[in-house]
Design a protein around this ligand. Structure first.
Ligand SMILES: Cc1cc2nc3c(=O)[nH]c(=O)nc-3n(C[C@H](O)[C@H](O)[C@H](O)COP(=O)(O)OP(=O)(O)OC[C@H]3O[C@@H](n4cnc5c(N)ncnc54)[C@H](O)[C@@H]3O)c2cc1C
Length: 452
């Protein structure tokens, strides 16, 4: 059973998706809408708007930023080179992203890497390091292990953190340290904060490279841009920060911080949870929902690209896991022509916070020091640097949702409930949570729900 099926089954048993809960005074609106407003022009909002447009429903997106794409954010540190400050990889299991790329004529290229390790001051190239035979065996059998568990056993795993699960299996400290470094890049925080259910479900259901497979040629932001084009620029209003949502029998009334007012029959809100809580809701959101919104944390990820005058790492598919503050490095300009190249330091949790807080020179030194055991002093090769820390992004305050211990089954069904004429969508509400695929799935699913 996949996570989505599992979630739907448990939600239906508990009535979470279809029945009112305490504090939810009324159900979904009876009529199909003629006009819909969408908060957010990230992939979720764009996917919802594309589907509504196809269904012939007048739709307007209100987006606080001055660009579309939200957490898909491509950046040119040099005119000739593009790196991703937000979403990086498209997985081979991410069917909707792949289909949409085909529909819009976007090319996906191989963005898989082979990983070096710098651990306890020692550099080992790919092929020269491994985990213990016990861990390697467990890892290659994880799908079978997952599939033989009962639904009850799986659900129970949501109550234990991933670090503890691995420790209790008796793996060595080195194995667990390295899994911490590897897996915390996926969840954006230490695996001591990640539920075993979330970790195992994701790893058991993912591609061999854990969905770190492909990338859009020319920049991942080409996808939201193409989706926006197909919706039409007059239906996407940028720089509109929704600050007040009022609901009445007639529908929804949205007020933006610039004073503009918009009316519609129904609303789809794709804002991350922190932003949902910043909106003034009239009437107020039910307590169960505000509790869930307050309970869900977001991963703190920072991307710190460094431009080097030459690609000293020697192969296009280079990445390197380190136990330094720079954490995980990958070649952000893989297969882009030119002598110069960019290594992106991808740091999570407190490491990201620390790097973000430092003056530029100190940050660069900390990043280069993480690579020093393998490559010596790299300072003379540096040709530029930039940084983006999602923990302080004004419209998300985090990279993506990080479901903690016991939260997957408790919070997600509550967060997915519509509230009168308002539906909620976004990566945080999807089976492929934390991915572009999840954002698109969630936006499309909510439209199906609205129109069913
Ligand atoms: C560092 C990082 C790495 C990632 N890596 C990957 C990866 O490798 N592969 C992958 O598939 N995914 C990855 N992701 C996740 C992916 O980017 C997200 O899952 C997806 O883009 C989220 O889309 P969304 O539409 O749900 O939310 P968003 O993109 O956040 O869109 C929501 C929009 O709502 C707007 N908004 C918020 N509040 C308001 C308001 N009050 N009024 C108006 N507008 C508002 C925001 O500005 C935003 O544009 C990564 C994300 C980050 C940050």
């Amino acid at each position: 059973m996949k996570r989505r099926d599992f979630l739907q089954a448990t939600a239906l048993l508990g009535g979470a998706l279809t029945l009112p809960a305490k504090g939810y005074p009324n159900l979904l609106p009876a009529k199909k809408p003629k006009q819909v407003l969408v908060i957010g022009a990230g992939l979720s909002g764009l996917a919802a708007a594309c589907k509504l447009k196809k269904a012939g429903i007048k739709t307007t997106i209100l987006e606080a930023r001055n660009r579309v794409g939200g957490r898909v954010f491509s950046h040119q540190p040099l005119d000739s080179l593009t790196v991703e400050m937000g979403a990086e990889w498209v997985g081979t299991s991410h069917n909707r992203v792949i289909e949409l790329c085909e529909e819009f004529g976007l090319e996906l290229f191989d963005n898989r890497f082979e990983t070096d390790l710098i651990y306890h001051g020692k550099h080992e190239s790919v092929g020269n390091w491994s985990l213990s035979p016990e861990m390697e065996t467990f890892w290659s059998n994880k799908k079978a292990y997952w599939e033989q568990l009962s639904s009850k056993e799986k659900e129970k795993m949501d109550r234990m953190d991933w670090w503890r699960f691995l420790s209790r299996k008796g793996f060595s400290d080195r194995d667990i340290d390295i899994r911490e470094l590897l897996d915390s890049t996926d969840f954006g925080e230490s695996i001591r904060k990640v539920s075993t259910y979330c970790a195992l479900a994701e790893y058991a259901e993912s591609s061999e490279k854990n969905e770190m497979d492909l990338k859009i040629k020319g920049g991942n932001d080409l996808l939201p841009k193409k989706m926006a084009e197909s919706i039409g620029s007059d239906s996407i209003l940028l720089g509109r920060n929704v600050s007040l949502v009022e609901q009445s029998r007639d529908g929804v009334k949205l007020t933006c911080s610039n004073g503009e007012v918009y009316l519609a029959d129904q609303l789809i809100c794709t804002a991350p949870t922190y932003m949902v809580m910043k909106i003034n809701w009239q009437p107020g959101l039910p307590t169960a929902m505000t509790d869930a919104l307050n309970g869900l944390q977001y991963a703190r990820i920072g991307k710190f690209p460094v431009v080097f005058s030459e690609r000293f790492w020697g192969r296009e598919n280079f990445d390197c896991l380190t136990d330094g503050v720079g954490h995980y490095f990958y070649h952000g300009t893989k297969d882009q022509p030119g002598q110069k190249g960019v290594l992106v330091a991808y740091a999570i949790g407190d490491k990201a916070e620390v790097l973000h807080a430092q003056p530029k020179e100190v940050r660069l030194k900390l990043i280069l020091d993480s690579l020093r055991p393998g490559f010596g002093d790299l300072s003379k090769l540096v040709a530029g640097e930039s940084s983006y820390y999602w923990g302080k992004d004004q419209y998300s305050y985090g990279a993506y949702a990080q479901y903690g211990i016991g939260q997957w089954f408790d919070l997600m069904p509550v967060l997915k409930r519509p509230f009168k004429s308002v539906y909620f969508a976004g990566e945080h509400l999807a089976e492929w949570q934390g991915f572009m695929e999840g954002a698109i799935n969630s936006g499309e699913e909510v439209v199906e729900q609205m129109l069913s």
